[in-house]
Write a protein that binds this ligand. Structure first.
Ligand code: THU
Length: 139
Protein backbone atom coordinates (compact mmCIF):
# COMPACT_ATOMS: atom_id res chain seq x y z
CA UNK A 1 0.00 0.00 0.00
CA UNK A 2 1.14 3.56 -0.70
CA UNK A 3 2.81 5.33 2.19
CA UNK A 4 0.37 8.23 1.95
CA UNK A 5 -2.57 5.83 2.36
CA UNK A 6 -0.93 4.20 5.38
CA UNK A 7 -0.40 7.61 7.01
CA UNK A 8 -4.02 8.55 6.27
CA UNK A 9 -5.29 5.37 7.96
CA UNK A 10 -3.03 5.99 10.97
CA UNK A 11 -4.48 9.48 11.33
CA UNK A 12 -8.04 8.15 11.15
CA UNK A 13 -7.31 5.41 13.71
CA UNK A 14 -5.79 7.95 16.12
CA UNK A 15 -8.92 10.09 15.80
CA UNK A 16 -11.02 7.17 17.07
CA UNK A 17 -9.22 7.13 20.43
CA UNK A 18 -11.43 9.96 21.61
CA UNK A 19 -14.52 7.73 21.22
CA UNK A 20 -13.00 4.75 23.04
CA UNK A 21 -15.22 3.80 26.00
CA UNK A 22 -12.91 2.34 28.63
CA UNK A 23 -13.98 3.09 32.20
CA UNK A 24 -12.47 -0.24 33.40
CA UNK A 25 -9.11 -0.69 31.66
CA UNK A 26 -8.51 2.87 30.43
CA UNK A 27 -6.63 1.15 27.57
CA UNK A 28 -7.82 3.04 24.52
CA UNK A 29 -7.76 1.52 21.02
CA UNK A 30 -8.67 3.00 17.65
CA UNK A 31 -9.00 1.25 14.30
CA UNK A 32 -9.43 2.23 10.65
CA UNK A 33 -10.51 -0.59 8.31
CA UNK A 34 -9.99 -0.04 4.57
CA UNK A 35 -12.45 -1.90 2.36
CA UNK A 36 -11.64 -3.02 -1.19
CA UNK A 37 -14.10 -0.39 -2.44
CA UNK A 38 -12.05 2.38 -0.81
CA UNK A 39 -14.41 3.04 2.10
CA UNK A 40 -12.90 3.34 5.56
CA UNK A 41 -14.80 1.93 8.55
CA UNK A 42 -13.74 3.22 11.94
CA UNK A 43 -13.81 1.51 15.32
CA UNK A 44 -13.01 2.01 18.98
CA UNK A 45 -13.10 -0.39 21.91
CA UNK A 46 -16.29 -0.41 23.95
CA UNK A 47 -16.17 -1.81 27.49
CA UNK A 48 -18.95 -2.97 29.79
CA UNK A 49 -19.49 -3.31 33.54
CA UNK A 50 -20.18 -7.02 32.99
CA UNK A 51 -16.73 -7.29 31.28
CA UNK A 52 -17.49 -10.12 28.81
CA UNK A 53 -19.49 -7.87 26.44
CA UNK A 54 -16.37 -5.73 25.83
CA UNK A 55 -15.74 -5.23 22.13
CA UNK A 56 -12.34 -4.48 20.62
CA UNK A 57 -11.81 -1.58 18.24
CA UNK A 58 -10.99 -3.94 15.37
CA UNK A 59 -14.22 -5.90 15.70
CA UNK A 60 -16.24 -2.71 16.03
CA UNK A 61 -14.86 -1.62 12.64
CA UNK A 62 -15.43 -5.02 11.02
CA UNK A 63 -18.97 -5.36 12.33
CA UNK A 64 -19.88 -1.87 11.17
CA UNK A 65 -18.73 -2.78 7.65
CA UNK A 66 -20.34 -6.25 7.59
CA UNK A 67 -23.61 -4.76 8.84
CA UNK A 68 -23.60 -2.51 5.78
CA UNK A 69 -23.02 -5.37 3.35
CA UNK A 70 -19.28 -4.78 2.87
CA UNK A 71 -17.27 -8.02 2.97
CA UNK A 72 -14.01 -7.32 1.14
CA UNK A 73 -11.09 -5.64 2.85
CA UNK A 74 -7.56 -4.47 2.10
CA UNK A 75 -6.11 -3.42 5.43
CA UNK A 76 -6.71 -2.33 9.00
CA UNK A 77 -4.73 0.15 11.07
CA UNK A 78 -4.71 -0.27 14.85
CA UNK A 79 -3.38 2.12 17.48
CA UNK A 80 -3.73 1.91 21.23
CA UNK A 81 -2.29 2.47 24.64
CA UNK A 82 -2.95 2.98 28.33
CA UNK A 83 -4.75 6.31 28.86
CA UNK A 84 -4.69 6.74 25.09
CA UNK A 85 -0.94 7.34 25.09
CA UNK A 86 0.67 5.70 22.07
CA UNK A 87 4.06 4.42 23.17
CA UNK A 88 4.12 0.93 21.65
CA UNK A 89 2.22 -1.17 19.13
CA UNK A 90 -1.17 -2.54 20.15
CA UNK A 91 -1.47 -5.87 18.35
CA UNK A 92 -4.91 -7.38 17.69
CA UNK A 93 -6.13 -9.97 20.21
CA UNK A 94 -6.71 -13.57 19.13
CA UNK A 95 -10.47 -13.12 18.79
CA UNK A 96 -10.01 -10.18 16.41
CA UNK A 97 -7.46 -12.14 14.38
CA UNK A 98 -10.04 -14.91 14.03
CA UNK A 99 -12.65 -12.41 12.81
CA UNK A 100 -10.09 -11.20 10.26
CA UNK A 101 -9.63 -14.84 9.14
CA UNK A 102 -13.34 -15.00 8.37
CA UNK A 103 -13.39 -12.04 6.01
CA UNK A 104 -9.83 -11.44 4.80
CA UNK A 105 -7.31 -13.18 2.62
CA UNK A 106 -4.45 -14.06 5.00
CA UNK A 107 -1.94 -13.76 2.12
CA UNK A 108 -2.85 -10.18 1.23
CA UNK A 109 -4.70 -8.50 4.11
CA UNK A 110 -2.44 -5.94 5.78
CA UNK A 111 -2.41 -5.07 9.48
CA UNK A 112 -0.77 -1.73 10.20
CA UNK A 113 0.37 -1.24 13.80
CA UNK A 114 1.36 2.32 14.58
CA UNK A 115 2.33 4.75 17.29
CA UNK A 116 2.21 7.79 14.99
CA UNK A 117 2.26 8.47 11.22
CA UNK A 118 6.05 8.17 11.14
CA UNK A 119 6.36 5.02 13.24
CA UNK A 120 4.50 1.95 12.09
CA UNK A 121 4.94 -1.63 10.96
CA UNK A 122 2.92 -3.54 8.37
CA UNK A 123 2.12 -7.25 8.76
CA UNK A 124 0.15 -9.69 6.62
CA UNK A 125 -2.65 -11.55 8.39
CA UNK A 126 -0.85 -14.87 7.78
CA UNK A 127 2.10 -13.58 9.83
CA UNK A 128 -0.09 -12.77 12.84
CA UNK A 129 -2.31 -15.84 12.43
CA UNK A 130 -0.09 -18.71 11.26
CA UNK A 131 -2.02 -21.85 10.30
CA UNK A 132 -5.24 -19.99 10.97
CA UNK A 133 -8.60 -21.71 10.63
CA UNK A 134 -10.99 -20.06 8.23
CA UNK A 135 -13.78 -20.55 5.69
CA UNK A 136 -11.38 -22.35 3.31
CA UNK A 137 -11.10 -25.20 5.82
CA UNK A 138 -14.83 -25.87 5.50
CA UNK A 139 -15.04 -25.59 1.71
N1 THU B 1 -8.47 -4.10 22.94
C1 THU B 1 -8.78 -3.73 21.66
O1 THU B 1 -9.68 -2.91 21.43
N2 THU B 1 -8.06 -4.27 20.65
C2 THU B 1 -7.02 -5.12 20.82
O2 THU B 1 -6.48 -5.60 19.85
C3 THU B 1 -6.56 -5.48 22.17
C4 THU B 1 -7.46 -5.07 23.28
C5 THU B 1 -9.21 -3.49 24.04
C6 THU B 1 -10.18 -4.39 24.75
C7 THU B 1 -10.27 -3.70 26.10
O3 THU B 1 -11.24 -2.66 26.00
C8 THU B 1 -8.92 -3.06 26.29
O4 THU B 1 -8.33 -3.01 25.01
C9 THU B 1 -8.01 -3.81 27.24
O5 THU B 1 -7.93 -5.13 26.90
Amino acid sequence: METSKIKELIGIAIQQLKFSYTPYSNFKVGAALLAENGSVYTGCNIENAAYTPCNCAERTAFFKAISEGVHNFQAICVVGGKNGELTEYAAPCGVCRQVMMEFCNPETFEIILAVDPEHYQVFRLKELMPMGFGPANLA
